[in-house]
Design a protein around this ligand. Structure first.
Ligand code: ADP
Ligand code: ZN
Length: 210
């Protein structure tokens, strides 16, 4: 079972990916995480990616597609993969169809006015957990693993504005791409807790995975 997670920045892709991974054993592959690891490690890919990420733009397709192709072709994918942050435009979706099979696209739909607050108030942990300042009660460490929480460099208002624009113009059309293939499942990600959103996704995934 191979899944593409679609949704604007702040829609909750990473949070749902973690829940899906724990429940179904699918391997979570997030291009944003891969780029951030490369930036941290000072690699050539990291240096190139940073200039685009800081602007809220997309990293060039050649780089991103090659990275994902290599990961899917040469890396472990357990019971299947779950792509988070890829594909991000129609070109990438077409390339993905050349080197892997996609069974389902889960589109997490959240109203734009909620996203800015969610992202600017987001605090993350290197274990993958993600929190919002409004529910942290001043805590500065991860409730799951105890490591310090931090704010992503690109989670600032100016960059978020650009990321939301990039999403609307380049990534949102992918919903139609997968709908035309009969693979689209859209879930409301804006009006329930992460667990409630996951319950809806689970109902759908249980049809595919026993
Ligand atoms: P978010 O979905 O919250 O914006 P991500 O962690 O998925 O954050 O991505 C962060 C940044 O990494 C993006 O703004 C973009 O610059 C870059 N990036 C991630 N995935 C891709 C991709 N598939 N193609 C091009 N750029 C990407
Ligand atoms: Zn943690």
């Amino acid at each position: 079972m191979n899944i593409v997670l679609l949704g604007a920045p702040g829609a909750g892709k990473g949070t749902q990916a973690k829940l899906i991974e724990e429940h179904y054993g699918l391997t979570h592959i997030a291009t944003g995480d891969i780029f951030r690891a490369n930036i941290k490690g000072g690699t050539p890919i990291g240096k190139l990616a940073k200039s685009y990420i800081d602007k809220g733009a997309l990293v060039p397709d050649e780089v991103t597609c090659e990275l994902v192709k290599d990961r899917l072709t040469n890396g472990e994918v357990g019971a299947g993969f779950m792509l988070d942050g890829f594909p991000r435009n129609l070109f990438q979706a077409g390339e993905l169809d050349k080197f892997a099979r996609v069974d389902l696209c889960i589109n997490i739909d959240v109203d734009k006015c909620l996203l800015m607050d969610r992202i600017c108030g987001r605090r993350v942990c290197s274990c993958g957990a993600s929190y919002h300042v409004s529910t942290l009660n001043g805590a500065t460490t991860c409730a799951k693993c105890g490591q310090p929480l931090y704010q992503r460099d690109d989670d600032n208002p100016a960059t978020v504005e650009a990321r939301l624009d990039t999403y609307a113009s380049q990534t949102a059309p992918l919903a139609h791409y997968y709908e035309a293939q009969g693979k689209l499942f859209t879930v409301d990600g804006g009006s329930g807790t992460p667990e409630q959103v996951f319950a809806v996704i689970k109902q759908e995934l249980d049809k595919y995975i026993k």
